[in-house]
Design a binder for this molecule. Structure first.
Ligand SMILES: Cc1ncc(COP(=O)(O)O)c(C=O)c1O
Length: 370
């Protein structure tokens, strides 16, 4: 990252109070030793549930496991179909396969790059058990419409909230109105651990208890295993890091939103377009997407001028070798395919300076003027 004048992340900038608060707490934990499901895990789970307005938050070791454990606890398995979107990170579909169910993909919309609910509804069959919506890049799917669709077909609703911590949909935070909100706190995320970490938010007491059991070898009590479980606990050390950062999250989101507004304003008039920022709630700008027919050239130009632009995601799910067994082909999900070939992410993190934003905008403008 050091070679870029505008990098992708600013980890030191996400650690206010490091010396005074976090390091002493880490030191104390390292010396005391309650590394597994220690007191800080419980504290973070309560704080995160409170932040969201959810009844429960259950910490697990990644966003991927959050999806897998949630599907498992809700009883989704072999013979079931689960609808999700072709334009997402691998894990959203991977989790479905990992519980033995079949992912059924639907295309996304060209305006907001999110699951097209009409196409999702057209994909429902008698075997469909659940729908996983993905609040991609920080923009929320319209949960009111998702719940209407789910009620019509008696489907479970899971939300992949990995990229949208803090976002709202219809007046509630994402991850609070469905059967399970699945969270990633991987280092790239808006609320980032110092390694892998995740959580599931939900309202049902029994499913929450089942998830706590599942993540911990299927036991409520040491050595009494009621079900075959997983080893997928949120580490105490990661819970300390996350609990330390959580009070700053909304301020960081406001900074992200301001930087994104600056990009939109200053790049207006160029032959580019953006993910629709208006929606059922506020976009939290995990990633700032810019669309241009000259995507690959622009990425090279920006990287050559010290701006760490990247592509998220260059291949939709159905064109990945891992999902060849779904039997889908190029042309099946034209919007997802188009976005995979035309979008890139401009750097965006809360502590970006005005000079850095200038540099990025100048790089994009220079590219289109040459
Ligand atoms: C949309 C989405 N879903 C799921 C995941 C999986 O999360 P994790 O990396 O914590 O397993 C990620 C991030 O990596 C993601 O971006």
């Amino acid at each position: 990252m050091a070679e870029y004048r505008v990098g992708r992340y600013d980890y030191p900038g996400q650690l206010p109070g490091l010396d005074e608060e976090l390091l002493p707490a880490l030191r104390e934990t390292l010396l005391r030793g309650d590394y597994v499901l220690g007191a800080a895990v419980d504290r973070f789970e309560r704080a995160f549930a409170g932040y969201l307005g959810a009844r429960h938050a259950v910490g697990v070791n990644s966003g991927t496991d959050a999806l897998i454990l949630a599907l498992h606890a809700l009883g989704v398995g072999p013979g079931d179909e689960v609808i999700t979107v072709a334009n997402t990170f691998h894990a959203s579909a991977q989790a479905v396969v990992r519980v033995g169910a079949t992912p059924v993909l639907a295309d996304c919309r060209p305006d907001n790059y999110l699951l097209d609910l009409e196409q999702a509804e057209a994909a429902v069959t008698p075997r469909t058990r659940a729908i996983i919506v993905v609040h991609l890049f920080g923009q929320s799917v319209d949960m009111t419409e998702v719940h209407r669709l789910a009620r019509r077909h008696d489907l479970l609703v899971l939300e992949d909230c990995a990229q949208a911590v803090g976002a709202y949909s219809g007046g509630a935070r994402v991850g609070t109105t469905s059967d399970a909100g699945c969270w990633s706190f991987a280092p790239s995320k808006n609320l980032a651990a110092a390694g892998d970490a995740g959580a599931i938010s939900l309202g049902d007491d029994q499913i929450a208890a089942a998830l706590r059991r599942l993540r911990h070898f299927g036991q409520d009590k040491q050595n009494e295993h009621q079900v075959v479980g997983f080893n997928s606990r949120l580490d105490t050390v990661q819970a300390l890091v996350l609990g330390h950062k959580l009070p700053h999250l909304d301020a960081w989101t406001r900074q992200r939103v301001a930087i994104a507004a600056g990009y939109r304003e200053r790049l207006a008039g160029l032959p580019v377009s953006f993910q629709d920022g208006a929606g059922p709630g506020e976009h939290v700008y995990h990633l700032f997407q810019l669309r241009t027919e000259r995507r690959d050239e622009l990425v090279s130009h920006l990287r050559g001028s010290g701006v760490d632009a990247v592509v998220r995601y260059p291949h939709p799910i159905h064109l990945q070798e891992a999902f060849a067994s779904l039997g889908r082909r190029r042309g099946d999900f034209p919007v997802a395919e188009d976005l995979a070939g035309t979008t890139l992410c401009l750097p965006l993190y809360p502590s970006m300076t005005a000079d850095q934003v200038d540099l990025v905008c100048a790089g994009v403008r220079e590219f289109f003027s040459s």
